[in-house]
Design a protein around this ligand. Structure first.
Ligand code: NAP
Length: 291
């Protein structure tokens, strides 16, 4: 079994981006600039946003954090997005989800200019990605593809089971794995909460990508010997032995599943760091276009 070390690979990717920023600046261009909109004070969202801002700083990007109170109206939020769309000092921006219930996610996502949508959530980017055209690929699936690529994992002709069908992870992941390119060319099955015989479906996977948000759902009996297992889940489990009172676990029961795998991502240190690095990558793609 080999660990898919997202921490190490994301560091590699961030170092490459940092070098490119230095070159950009040496050539007289400004560094890439990412803005992040945060509404309210959801602790997990605040942690993610702070990590994204810090990651920008570490690679030499400019970043702006626009933090609004939870009661902000949808109209003000949409006006802010319009301003960011027109701001030429900005290469891309994201709106951290989830948003408060009085704001419609769809309306917000569709207001972001596709060329600045470095989260890759806009229907135009999702559609272009599905067609295999130039597009921003959302950060978690994009980061997973990058991890597979850098470990040179064979994907052609493999049976890939994607557990979860959300618009931000499972859905795009399934499209990427069936593309006619590398990584891709898999035969893909998408499993979700209505799937029957989910154990058997998972156990038939050569590549299993778990993204359901259920702690340690995937057990050893659900995994084929020699499978590649990618665990996207980030779940908090109470743990009185930890200072913060919890620990993070994935959707895969790592201790029992890992001995059966050819490759597996740990949680933490697998997909999580790749997601942030890939957001930086998308921001660089946007910045290259204005050079
Ligand atoms: P989500 O929007 O809640 O979607 C969950 C998906 O899992 C849905 O398609 C749901 O099926 C399916 N599902 C739920 N329970 C199931 C069950 N018992 N059996 C089979 N399928 C089940 O979640 P998400 O945003 O995709 O996130 C999934 C996990 O990934 C979460 O733990 C999240 O924290 C984590 N995540 C991690 C990163 C990262 O950077 N590492 C990024 C994003 C998300 P239905 O469609 O039928 O409801």
């Amino acid at each position: 079994m080999e660990l898919l070390d997202g921490k190490a690979i994301s560091k590699q990717l961030r170092e490459e981006l940092k070098e490119e920023v230095e070159q950009m600046v040496a050539e007289g261009h400004r560094p890439p600039h990412l803005a992040v909109i945060l509404v309210g004070s959801n602790p997990a969202s605040e942690t993610y946003v702070n990590a994204k801002v810090k990651a920008c700083k570490d690679v030499g990007y400019e970043s702006s954090l626009l933090h609004f109170p939870p009661e902000i109206s949808q109209e003000i939020l949409l006006n802010t997005i319009d301003e960011l769309n027109e701001n030429e000092d900005l290469d891309g921006f994201i709106v951290q989800l989830p948003l408060p219930s009085h704001i419609d996610d769809r309306t917000v996502i569709e207001r972001v200019l596709p060329g600045k949508d470095v989260d890759g959530f806009h229907p135009i980017n999702v559609g272009r990605m599905a067609l295999g055209l130039d597009a921003f690929v959302s950060a978690t699936p994009g980061g997973i593809v990058e991890l597979i690529k850098r470990y040179e994992i064979e994907t052609e002709g493999k049976h890939c089971v994607v557990l979860g069908r959300s618009n931000i992870v499972g859905g795009p992941m399934s499209i990427l794995m069936r593309r006619n390119t590398y990584p891709g060319n898999c035969t893909v099955t998408i499993a979700h909460s209505r799937t029957k015989n989910i154990k058997e479906v998972c156990a038939s996977a050569d590549i299993l990508i778990a993204a359901i948000g259920k702690p340690e759902f995937v057990t050893a009996d659900m995994v084929k010997e020699g499978a590649v297992v990618i665990d996207v889940g980030i779940n908090r489990m109470d743990d009185a032995t930890r200072e913060r009172g919890y620990r993070l676990v994935g959707d895969v029961a790592f201790a029992e599943v890992s001995p059966k795998c050819s490759y597996i991502t740990p949680v933490p240190g697998g997909v999580g760091p790749m997601t942030i690095a890939y957001l930086l990558n998308n921001t660089m793609i946007a910045a290259r276009k204005r050079k």
